[in-house]
Every structure is written in C-alpha cells, then in structure tokens.
Design a protein around this ligand. Structure first.
Ligand SMILES: Cc1cc2nc3c(=O)[nH]c(=O)nc-3n(C[C@H](O)[C@H](O)[C@H](O)COP(=O)(O)OP(=O)(O)OC[C@H]3O[C@@H](n4cnc5c(N)ncnc54)[C@H](O)[C@@H]3O)c2cc1C
Length: 388
C-alpha cells in the first residue's frame, strides 16, 4: 500500500473542509491533504433549492480563499432586512441593515454552487486532493495519526474532522457526541411569490415549527419549513399546488400566492454536540463538532468561525506542534462555548414558540414588541443573526 506523508489531512470536502484546506494552503507552508468520500460535485443545475444565509465573517472567509467573487448574483444574493413574526400573538421584530452600519445583513448563498466552486478551487490549488476515497481505518499515536484509505495510507501530524454531523472520524477517535433529535424535518424548496420579497428574509414562528423565506434574485426565494414529523410527512405528501396553498396560508398571505419552482427536499433536524473538539493528532470543525437547529441559519456560520480560529492557530505553530493537545486545547476553549451557547439559544427559541398557553403567547408577543422598540436589543440580536 502507498504511504503518503502529509502534515495535515482534512476529512470531508463540504463547505467547511474545502474552505479550511484552501485557507491553510494559502497562509501556511504545511503539506495539506483533503479526503472526500464522494466524487467532486458537478456544476449544479439552476433550480437548486438549498441556500445558506451567511454573515460577514463567513463571506469574508470565502473572499479570503478566492471563492466569494466566483458566485454570481444568481447564487449569492445580499439581503437588507429581516422580518420575524409569531403566528399566535401580535409579536413582530424587524431588523434593518441600515441600523447596523453594514451594507447588508448577509448573503443568501446557494450551498451546492458554493461547495462546487470551493471544490474546483481546491482541486486546482496545491492541496493534495483525494475525492471518491474510502477511509477504512484511523489510528492515533504519540506524534500524529495514520489514516488508511483504499488507495494508500496517510501518515499525518494532524487529522481534521470536517465530515459532517455523523462524523466517521469522530467515531473512530471515540469522541462522544450528544445527539438530541427535534422530531422535526426541515423541508427545503424554491418558490416565487406574488408579492415582492423586498430583499427581506421572512421568518414566521408556528407552534409546529418556524418557516424561513430566504430571498434570492428575480423575486425567487428558498424556503426552510421546519415542521414536526407528522406535519412534515403530510406536507411532503401534498401535490405542488396543495403545498403552495398551505405555505401561502401559513405565511398569512403576507407574500401573496406562492408558486413552487423546484422539488421538495427534507432533512432530519437534530442538535449534535461533540464533548471534545480535539485529542492528540485530531481536531473537529463544522458539523462534525456541532450541528444546530437551522431556525436562525447559524450552522455554517459557526463552522466558518471554527475554520478561521483553527487556521490562525495552526499558522502560528511549527510542524511538530500541529497535533499537540496544548495548541488544540486553545482552539476548543475559543470555539466550544460560542457553539454550545448558540445551540442552547436555538433549542430555547424552538421550545418558546411551541408553548401555546394563552398567557405565554401574550408574554411572547409583548417580549418581541418590546425588543422591537429598543435599538440596543434589536441591534444586538441583528449582530447575532449576522454571525458577528
Ligand atoms: C435545512 C437546513 C438549512 C440550513 N440553513 C443554514 C443557513 O441558512 N445558514 C447556515 O449558516 N447554516 C445553515 N444550515 C447548516 C449548514 O448547512 C451546515 O452547518 C453546513 O453545511 C455544515 O458544513 P460541513 O462542511 O461542516 O458539513 P457537511 O456539509 O455535512 O460536509 C461533510 C462532508 O464530508 C463528507 N464525508 C462524510 N463522511 C465522510 C467520510 N467517512 N470520508 C470522507 N468524507 C466524508 C461528506 O460527503 C461531505 O462532503 C442549514 C442546515 C439545514 C439542514
């Protein structure tokens, strides 16, 4: 079997793994390898429905690695406002980029196009890429780790797990992760609305889960309808026309009638928290370290923050320090509290909108309206939503 020496091996070429590989290749002299079980994505079709709302820190990272500029208007759309309301009370919240000192609250980015561009850029960089590679075994030792693929065996100082919320690397390393299912599915599709979206992200909280409307070019939007399993099952079984009607009704007609532009995809929703973000020779980033409810669109934003912090720490290290617990513990201290707090906040919000006691609904509405009248509170929340 071929023996390959590499200082850093990243497993998983999703948004976070590919971006981190590019960043490390640009800012360090270490040898970097990237291992992905699937073949590289082919250029996505136009009707792609999955979008991630990314704040300034994440888009700065994409800019830094040379990918942001490759995303055309059709795949990267700035939004200026966010309007949030509660179906069961008169509670409303409105965030406006104009009050935050930023040109926009963030960008709606086509997740497949962005991953495609990241993968193409990394394939053409100095990173040693292994797509369609099956990892069979991973062992850690005093000076790093051995990762065995079908095609060869890596001898690395550091393995970075960027292989998603069911991380194989995390399991091989015996790092425990706490998983809590929400009994909900996120239904994702693309729509066109009768009324203009006004470059505004719309978020409606129903007792069965929130609906997010993420604005795109040409008055199209991507939606994430997080629905309890029973409702999700029913929604997925409806015809396109019935689903459009149901969606328009759930949005209380605020965007008028709705036309479906793509098929519906659905994702099970869970909170996953790795107990540790490192051990000797290993670091976890992105969904491999944490996965959260998508109701505020924060998952990938947190992953890009992980990539920035870990990348900057590794850039200060010498080759022998790469897998050192002393160095990697700094990464964990810097990132785990922020990720856990955001996860707790998402779980609390998810719960808060499920209670339908009249007194609670009244308090919820009053609370939202109170925040809406306070510039300080509203801007603090806007900064959180912007991933700052
Ligand atoms: C419905 C929904 C809406 C969302 N909306 C937003 C949003 O608006 N904003 C936001 O910031 N976040 C959002 N998120 C979260 C965001 O999608 C994730 O946080 C992000 O995609 C995680 O990226 P990742 O690279 O860490 O993991 P992944 O995207 O899961 O990538 C993991 C990669 O590892 C590969 N892999 C897996 N196992 C192996 C293995 N054994 N060997 C080699 N490769 C392997 C996979 O093939 C994949 O390419 C949303 C999530 C959902 C479900």
């Amino acid at each position: 079997m071929r023996n390959i020496r590499s200082d850093i091996v990243i497993v998983g070429a999703g948004l976070i793994g590919s971006a981190l590989a590019l960043w490390l290749a640009k800012y360090t002299n270490f040898s970097i390898s990237l291992v992905e079980r699937n073949e590289p994505l082919s250029q996505p079709r136009d009707g792609n429905q999955r979008v991630v709302a990314l704040g300034a820190l994440a888009t700065d990272f994409l800019q830094d690695v040379g990918v942001f500029a490759t995303l055309g208007e059709h795949h990267c759309y700035p939004y200026q406002k966010m309007f949030v309301w509660d179906e069961s009370s008169d509670g409303e919240l409105c965030f406006d980029a104009g009050n935050t000192g930023h040109a926009s609250l963030g960008h709606m980015i086509d997740s497949q196009e962005c991953t495609y561009q990241l993968q193409q850029t990394v394939i053409n960089s100095r990173v040693d890429c292994h797509f369609g590679a099956q990892a069979n075994a991973l062992d850690f030792h005093q000076t790093g780790a051995k990762l065995e693929l079908d095609s060869g065996c890596f001898d690395a100082k550091l393995v970075i797990a960027a292989d998603g919320n069911r991380s194989w690397v995390r399991q091989q390393a015996k790092v425990f992760a706490n998983r809590h299912g929400y009994n909900q599915r996120g239904i994702v599709t693309k729509i066109e609305t009768q009324k203009p979206h006004l470059e505004c992200a719309w978020q409606c909280f129903l007792s069965t889960g929130p609906i997010g409307i993420l604005p795109l070019s040409n008055n199209q939007s991507s939606i994430v309808w997080s629905a309890d399993n029973v409702l999700a099952e029913r929604l997925l079984g409806l015809s396109d026309q019935e689903f459009s009607l149901e969606l328009s009704r759930a949005l209380q007609g605020r965007l008028g009638s709705v036309k479906l532009l793509s098929e519906r995809l659905d994702f099970p929703l869970a909170s996953v928290r790795a107990e540790r973000y490192y051990k000797r020779g290993l670091a976890l980033v992105g969904d491999a370290a944490h996965s959260i409810h998508p109701l505020a669109g924060q998952g990938a934003n947190l992953g890009f923050k992980d990539a920035r912090v870990l990348g900057e720490l590794l850039a200060t290290a010498n080759q022998n320090e790469l897998g050192c617990p002393r160095l990697l513990s700094v990464y964990e201290r810097k990132r785990q509290p922020d990720n856990n707090q955001t996860d707790s906040l998402m779980s609390a919000l998810h719960q808060a909108y499920k209670f339908d006691l009249p007194i609670w609904m009244l308090a919820r509405g009053l609370g939202m309206n109170l925040i809406n009248t306070s510039d300080v509170l509203r801007n603090a929340l806007a900064r959180q939503a912007m991933g700052l």
